[in-house]
Design a protein around this ligand. Structure first.
Ligand code: SF4
Length: 170
């Protein structure tokens, strides 16, 4: 549970630290709407680890399809028009963890919203962007001050770290 919380925290931080322009520049895959048969989904009991990058986390489900293992992340609420960037990166981290744990690279992962499922291709480009971000976050971990990356008061107003953040605009 602690590890899962850590992964979620990491991606919450990514999301708030990066401006949306930077996300667009990263060329994230938009996601394909797919139909999923949930009967084949298997609950994941234990977290997966990749110690080289200090990454740990537990996807909600794993689906075995034609020798591949596909991670599924379940989100509450109705689907946005396209998956949120933070959800895409979280799923990409699960794809990385599946590949490192089972030595079996998922071609894509699934984000399951209440009313719609999106398949997100786990491309080399997405993997590289994810690894760059993880490395950058690890470097920032030891810095006393990490400058705010945006000027959006409304973003700070919704931020869970607002009360302890000395750079909050709200
Ligand atoms: S309060 Fe604002 S500056 Fe501080 S972490 Fe949250 S979004 Fe970033």
């Amino acid at each position: 549970m602690l590890y899962l919380a850590l992964v979620l925290l990491i991606f919450a931080l990514f999301f708030f630290r990066r401006s949306s322009t930077q996300w667009k520049e990263a060329g994230l895959p938009g996601g394909r709407i797919i139909y999923s048969d949930t009967r084949g989904w298997g609950k994941v009991e234990k977290p997966l680890f990749y110690t080289a990058l200090g990454l740990a986390g537990k996807p909600d489900y794993l689906v075995r399809q034609n020798g591949r293992i596909i991670p599924v992340e379940v989100k509450s609420g109705r689907a946005p028009e396209a998956p949120y960037d933070s959800h895409i990166y979280q799923l990409a981290a699960y794809c990385l963890l599946v590949e490192k744990t089972y030595n079996n690279r998922p071609p894509y992962g699934i984000i399951h919203y209440e009313n719609r499922d999106f398949a997100i291709d786990y491309t080399r480009e997405l993997e590289n962007t994810l690894i760059d971000l993880l490395v950058e976050m690890k470097q920032d971990e030891h810095k006393k001050n990490v400058p705010r990356s945006h000027e959006m008061a409304e973003r700070c107003a919704k931020c869970g770290y607002r009360k302890i953040c000395d750079q909050s605009l709200a």
